[in-house]
Ligand binder design. Structure first.
Ligand code: ADP
Length: 266
């Protein structure tokens, strides 16, 4: 609340009274704060890999280049950090496109059995080195209306997290089922569950993991190449499909991300 006090005086300086103006600026201030926090976060996130690239390049130039092994490991770091920067910029652009509603969705019928199968095939290069089993349970005859590229992005982000946050030898599974229309919620829906046997998420962090740049363990997210934006992009894309997403997790046992999307986009 912003309060302005304006004393009222007559022409001969007589005291007439006080005008009190109250402005409710809560919503405005909150928006401002969210925006400036985002800019601060983005700058910080961008500066970190740039600083690493610069630092290691400087050290190479200052002489580290003469030792082949050192040079190779420094160049690998420079390469990895440039990749992170690339992903970060891509995610930031994607997010700002979605948030400014410039993202026009192209809906078409998606056959979920082949869609999930193909998406899991794309994830094998990430899962195989960790011997993580990818499984699916999708009936042959389920279709839904979706923007296929965006739906793929949703699945890839959730599956990459499943793989990243699951120790070697674990399992990541996608199951799809139809939820019949009921009286309260009359439209028929598709429920997609992406579950893993991974490290899980502490109860206190669950409400916050869909926020931009929120990570339970910054170091782990970094070392697995995370940008901290994956789930906020997922949430936005799900909402653009008029769907919902929620998460259930048990520390040390695994996590389940539950998506519910309308079969038909009206
Ligand atoms: P990141 O790029 O860090 O993975 P996300 O937005 O995709 O960012 O996820 C936010 C945070 O939520 C992650 O840093 C991680 O701590 C947690 N998280 C997301 N998915 C999982 C999962 N399947 N298992 C355990 N933790 C997860």
């Amino acid at each position: 609340l912003e309060v302005n006090l304006v004393p009222m005086q007559s022409v001969d300086d007589d005291w007439l009274g006080l005008v009190i103006v109250l402005h409710d600026i809560t919503a405005f201030r909150r928006l401002e704060r969210v925006r400036s926090e985002f800019v601060a976060n983005v700058s910080h996130e961008l500066k970190t890999p740039v600083a690493a690239v610069k630092g290691f390049a400087e050290t190479l130039l200052a002489g580290a280049m003469n030792d082949a092994d050192t040079a190779k490991s420094f160049l690998q770091i420079i390469y990895d950090e440039s990749e992170r920067l690339n992903r970060l910029i891509g995610d930031i652009l994607e997010l700002s496109k979605i948030e400014s509603k410039r993202a026009q969705l192209q809906f078409s019928p998606v056959h979920l059995h082949s869609f999930v199968g193909k998406t899991l095939d794309m994830m094998r290069p990430a899962a195989d080195p960790k011997q993580i089993g990818l499984e699916m349970k999708v009936d042959e005859d389920i279709y839904m209306e979706a923007d296929e590229d965006r739906l793929r992005q949703i699945m890839i982000n959730l599956l990459s997290n499943g793989i990243n946050y699951t120790p070697d030898g674990g399992k990541v599974k996608v199951s799809v089922e139809t939820v019949e229309a009921d009286a309260e919620d009359e439209a028929e829906k598709i429920r997609i569950v992406i579950s893993d046997t991974g490290i899980g998420i502490p109860k206190k962090d669950l409400p916050r993991i869909f926020e931009r740049f929120y990570r339970v363990d910054k170091a782990r997210s970094r070392s697995s190449g995370g940008t901290g934006l994956g789930l906020s992009i997922v949430k936005h894309l799900v909402e653009l499909h008029k769907g919902t997403i929620r998460v259930e997790s048990e520390l040390g046992l695994g996590s389940r991300f539950i998506l519910e999307l309308p079969v038909i986009q009206q």
